[in-house]
Design a protein around this ligand. Structure first.
Ligand code: PHE
Length: 341
């Protein structure tokens, strides 16, 4: 028996010393010291020993158990130290390597222009409002006095969600006029920037998604003079003092009278050049006095209140401001392009 214990001692201590893994070490403990382990198996044979040998063997066995336990404990410490060392090596950072450049993003050029316009209107006491891009045809068309036969209602022009043409992607920000009149207390001074959608093929000047800014004022005694004065001021703030404007008669179903506002080409001073396509003038926005029918439809008495509204394309403004000649660049999000601004 003594020899068996000696053999177990040699084998177990060797295995423990060679063990490199905590889980494996635990299985060694079970193998040698467990209830069904090798030491127990040897001890079971104690019955066959003489009375004087038995305590000596018992002592030896106990000593072996203690030694194996100590060895396992020591080995455990070494294994965790090894593990930590390996981790430190594998996770070590070479501080002499060149760092990765952190490139900071910045605002999109078009949103710079939008922020500039927001600031101008906030400075005049306007409120900035936001509204749905998925809109009811009622709000996009009907309540704006756009009749059933109007070409912009065609399926070839507008993105519809429903067969009955009742839900759509708004084609203009003008439905925000209705939302404002239906929900806000009078007087109203608001602008509503946002995305609009039309079934246009993508090219240098068209995109099926683009941005407009709607603006509207409703109060007592508002006239076309307020419209002209306010928009002239806005134009001067955007394009510089002394910018010459022209209000051209136009037609929109929801304003009466309606107009379009042009600025004299800042490039050629009105002579005609590629920027203004030889016209001398550049169209900036559509506007007009809110139609009495539209006011009445929103529960506002047109005999007491009046107002003006405008709708302006944002992309064209940004293209002009940054001398960009292709609308697609605005939406492609090519970093090489965007980084220039
Ligand atoms: N919604 C019109 C358009 O998209 C612009 C407009 C807005 C005209 C408000 C008059 C008043 O062309």
């Amino acid at each position: 028996m003594k020899q068996m214990l000696q053999e177990l001692r040699d084998a177990s201590l060797k295995a423990i010393l060679e063990c490199e893994d905590a889980e494996l070490l635990e299985s060694l403990r079970v193998k040698y010291l467990g209830k069904k382990g090798e030491l127990t198996a040897i001890l079971r044979q104690m019955g066959g020993l003489s009375a004087e040998e038995r305590p000596r063997m018992g002592q030896l066995a106990n000593k072996l158990r203690a030694d194996i336990e100590d060895a396992i404990e020591d080995r455990n410490k070494i294994i965790s130290a090894l593990k930590m060392e390996r981790r430190l090596i594998s996770e070590s950072v070479d501080v002499t390597l060149p760092g990765k450049k952190q490139s900071l993003g910045h605002k999109h050029p078009m949103y710079n222009v939008l922020d500039q316009i927001k600031d101008i209107f906030i400075g005049m006491g306007f409120e900035i409002v936001d509204g749905p891009e998925v809109e009811l045809a009622d709000y996009n068309f009907t309540k704006l006095n756009i009749d059933e036969a109007h070409p912009s209602r065609e399926w070839t022009d507008t993105f519809y969600f429903t067969e009955d043409s009742s839900i759509l992607l708004r084609t203009q920000t003008s439905p925000m006029q209705i939302h404002a009149m239906e929900t806000k207390e009078l007087p109203i001074r608001m602008i509503a920037p946002g995305r609009v959608y039309r079934k246009d093929e993508v090219d240098a000047t068209h995109s099926p998604m683009f941005h407009q800014i709607e603006g509207m004022v409703i109060d007592k005694g508002i006239t076309m003079a307020d419209l002209k004065a306010t928009l002239n001021l806005v134009v001067e703030k955007i394009y510089g003092e002394g910018t010459v404007t022209r209000f051209r008669p136009h037609h929109f179903p929801f304003t009466e009278p309606s107009c379009e506002l042009d600025i004299q080409c800042h490039k050629c001073g009105g002579v005609g050049c590629p920027t203004c396509k030889g016209e001398g003038w550049i169209e900036v926005l559509g506007a007009g006095m809110v139609h009495p029918k539209v006011l009445a439809g929103c529960g506002i008495d047109p005999d007491v209140y009046s107002g003006w509204a405008f709708g302006m394309g944002l992309e064209r403004l940004a293209l002009g401001e940054y001398k960009i000649n292709d609308l697609r660049l605005i939406f492609e999000n090519d970093k090489r392009f965007l980084e220039q601004f």
